[in-house]
Design a protein around this ligand. Structure first.
Ligand code: GLY
Ligand code: MN
Ligand code: MN
Length: 436
């Protein structure tokens, strides 16, 4: 596995200017209450180059005199009190396990960082991610500037550039190993969805489905979700990021389940919408089939060298013609495209990147002009959310349906990570008839 991290470092070195350094901090801990922190989540960029999951660490790539070196500042062995928090890596093991040339203690940053950056031309740093780390960075540069005024042995870098553009571009194309981790995350999330679908029935609470889902995540070794689990029944199915999950589910309602776990830090992001009592009503089934048709069309179109715009247009044209055919909108397709009326029913994007983060590589656009390439991984998530207003026929009001699949672009088309999770109304009804 470590070869992966070394390959990534090599690729980044190749893009760095001569006489430069890249600085990437680990995520800071977040305080929950007084002396207690939230569960720690590593910064995904830091992880991408190190595979290291401890806080209070700074990873540095240095390109000097055509010689590439890696340095880590990390916590001193057991400074964090082994009795209370268990053991940590320390400096000696960091050299072997993280394949770095030097390992210094976190508390040594002030004394050493300015020397490491001395006489370099360029520093790559992502400003604004963390105030405390920005302060360390700018104080270090200031120290070097002040010293250089008095002593020719010192000179501060003149240019600061952001590493995010390089790094996100790299993260956009996944390796075989990364694709394997995403598949594992999807496989476990599929088990969780099946468990929740089977457990669902009227008079149970939304959070009872959350419990089933998280149970399956945890028993499979996934201690973290990719995002806060969404279980929205009835009108809550129309709230895109609904996370209260505390309503009693009623006979005749739909429930939208959007849940995914992380496996080895890689995410999955799956949505299914099911009838609470196991049988779709006529209007629910009609809308469901429109969303399913949108999804199936999109899945046919996701392939290399196609612009996302082309896919979006075709999927939205399909949506418009179907909504027209059931009388929810009127006008010609051209007019309707122009007025963007579909946004009243489908107000989010059709797709987004997935990977180490659920909305991965936020610096790399996943929009109309993006051209797809093999190795890109995406969530594809058409949906229809029907407002409760008087212009809408009564039985359609408040229906919210989303179906979300995860895919990887291959050389010929795409592979669906979530293929094994049922999604037609008949399959869902059949599964819900089975005893738990
Ligand atoms: N669950 C977040 C999303 O679907 O984008
Ligand atoms: Mn989702
Ligand atoms: Mn999504």
């Amino acid at each position: 596995m470590y070869q992966e991290y070394l390959n990534r470092r090599k690729k980044l070195f190749a893009q760095m200017a001569p006489e430069s350094a890249t600085l990437i901090f680990a995520a800071a801990e977040n305080n929950k209450n007084f002396d207690y922190n939230f569960q720690y989540r590593q910064d995904k960029n830091f992880f991408y180059f190190t595979g290291f999951n401890e806080p209070q660490a700074l990873f540095i790539l240095i390109k000097r005199h055509n010689n590439n070196q890696c340095i880590i500042f990390n916590q001193k062995k057991n400074t964090n009190n082994k009795q209370w928090f268990g053991s940590n890596l320390g400096q000696k093991s960091a050299l072997k396990k993280l394949y770095v040339n030097y390992s210094y203690t976190w508390n040594d940053i002030e004394n050493r960082l300015y020397l490491i950056l001395n006489y370099l031309h360029v520093v790559y740093y992502a400003i604004g991610l963390n105030e405390k780390y920005d302060k360390i960075f700018f104080l270090t540069l200031e120290k070097l500037r002040l010293k250089s005024k008095k002593n020719k042995k010192f000179c501060a870098p003149k240019r600061i550039l952001d590493w995010r553009l390089f790094v996100y571009k790299m993260r956009l194309i996944k390796s075989k190993q990364e694709i394997y981790f995403i598949q594992k995350a999807c496989d476990i999330s599929i088990l969780a969805h099946i468990r929740a679908i089977k457990f669902c029935q009227p008079k149970r609470y939304e959070y009872e489905l959350v419990a089933e889902i998280h149970h399956e995540f945890l028993r499979n070794g996934c201690l973290t979700n990719s995002y806060n689990t969404i279980v929205g029944s009835g009108e809550n199915s129309c709230i895109l990021h609904y996370t209260k999950n505390n309503k009693k589910m009623k006979n005749g309602e739909l429930v939208l389940i959007d849940a995914g776990c992380e496996y080895c830090n890689y995410t999955s992001d799956i949505t299914r919408t099911i009838p609470v009592n196991g049988i779709f009503l006529k209007e629910q089934r009609i809308i469901y089939h429109i969303v399913l048709d949108m999804l199936n069309l999109a899945l046919k179109l996701f392939k290399p060298n196609i612009k996302i715009k082309i896919i979006n247009i075709q999927v939205i044209q399909l949506l418009l013609s179907k909504l027209k055919s059931i009388g929810l909108i009127n006008g010609t397709i051209n007019q309707l495209m122009h007025t963007k009326i579909y946004k009243k029913f489908f107000m989010h994007r059709l797709c987004h990147w997935i990977g180490l983060s659920v909305h991965d590589c936020e610096y790399m656009p996943c929009n109309d002009n993006t051209i797809l390439k093999p190795g890109m991984t995406l969530a594809v998530e058409p949906g229809i959310y029907i407002p409760k207003n008087n212009n809408i026929p009564f039985l359609y009001r408040g229906i919210g349906i989303r179906i979300e699949e995860n895919i990887v672009i291959t050389s010929k088309g795409n592979k669906i990570f979530t293929q094994n999770l049922i999604k037609t109304p008949n399959e869902i009804e059949k599964l819900m008839r089975k005893p738990i």
